[in-house]
Design a protein around this ligand. Structure first.
Ligand code: PEP
Ligand code: MN
Length: 338
């Protein structure tokens, strides 16, 4: 249930309505807006009668929310949420943020070198996997903690915040201590215990869309993180599984306006996993920016042919710089910086 309060309402009346509602056992989330203040009620609101609420002169409007997600719902929080990742702001009208780096950390020298290259080309956050979710148990599983240490070194050298994937709650402390943006991968989007665990921190979370998740499933996963106490969620569309085989996944660009309509959270696009082929990354990135994405996360490797995996979907630094330049023109054309 959403209660819209008049801006010129008496504080004493607001206070007493607040107490009355809390006594009914619901949680109240306040959102201060330009024109109205909004209370989002979470919990069992079935026994609250709209007419009783409307009888208070401080109340402008009462609406029941039928969607199962509340805290992520735009109705609960009409203004855009801007998430701060180690000083880099994502969402709202902030400049579009590019995150870039290799699919995985291959060692200290590699991540520091590529980190510096992507920074020179305009990236604001460095990506790199240390714990890798692999289809085969016989494939390389990532450098683990050593990879995280190397990422931290890349941050020291470049001054850029870092994003890396957390696969299991037993590494949560390691990530909270070292990583600026914690990625929840497509395969873990519905690992509800993991979502609750990262929800108990205040760290920004990059929530990738599961490969067969509906938009509502995906928003409900954000709701899990938020319901545990962490409002700092960024959506990441990375393509879904369809019958199409010419691309690794099928990029669903319509999610950008839909996520922005239904929720107040930022959304970034991963054109590397979406296409699986470096040749398509430029066009898809430009389309994502044109459609209103708040950021891009792009795989970059200076020797893609030698990359330990996923080289085919990695851009070389020079090509990455060109993609950033072209996307910046698109961003400017729609009134945003990059
Ligand atoms: C990744 O970004 O390294 C990754 C494994 O992505 P996804 O979870 O989208 O497959
Ligand atoms: Mn090392």
């Amino acid at each position: 249930m959403i209660i819209t309060l008049k801006k010129d309402a008496q504080e004493s009346e607001i206070q007493s309505l607040h107490k009355e509602l809390e006594a009914k056992g619901v949680q109240i989330h306040t959102s201060i807006g330009e024109e109205f203040n909004v209370w989002g009620l979470v919990g069992d609101t079935a026994h609250i009668d709209e007419r009783d609420i409307l009888a208070n002169t401080c109340v402008e409007n009462v609406t029941r929310v039928s969607a199962p997600y509340k805290l992520a719902n735009r109705m609960f929080h009409p203004e855009d949420t801007i998430v701060d990742v180690g000083g880099v702001k994502i969402g709202g009208n902030e400049p579009i943020v590019v995150m870039a780096g290799p699919w995985c950390v291959e060692g200290d020298e590699q991540i520091c070198r590529i980190g510096q290259e992507v920074k020179n080309a305009g990236a604001k956050i460095i990506r790199g996997g240390a714990y890798k979710p692999r289809t085969s148990p016989y494939s390389f599983q990532g450098l683990g903690y050593e990879g995280i240490v190397d990422m931290v070194h890349a941050r020291e050298i470049t001054g850029l915040p870092i994003v890396s994937e957390l696969m299991s709650a037993d590494k949560l402390d390691e990530f909270v201590e070292n990583v600026d943006l914690i990625q929840i991968g497509a395969r873990n989007m519905q690992n509800f215990d993991l979502l609750k665990a990262v929800g108990r921190t205040k760290k920004p979370i990059l929530l990738k869309r599961g490969m067969s998740a509906t938009i509502e499933d995906w928003i409900m996963s954000a709701e899990y993180i938020m319901a545990s106490g962490n409002p700092n969620v960024i959506f990441c569309e990375r393509g879904i599984r369809t019958f199409e085989r010419y691309t690794r996944n099928t990029l669903d660009l319509a999610v950008i306006p839909i996520i922005k309509e239904k929720t107040h959270l930022p959304i970034v696009i991963d054109p590397s996993h979406a296409t699986g082929d470096w040749k398509y990354i430029e066009s898809v990135s430009m389309a994502a920016v044109a459609a209103g994405a708040d950021g891009l996360i792009i795989e970059v490797h200076d020797h893609p042919e030698q990359a330990w995996s996923d080289g085919a979907q990695s851009l070389k630094p020079e090509k990455f710089a060109e993609v950033v330049r072209k996307c910046t023109s698109i961003a400017n054309a729609i009134g945003r910086d990059m």
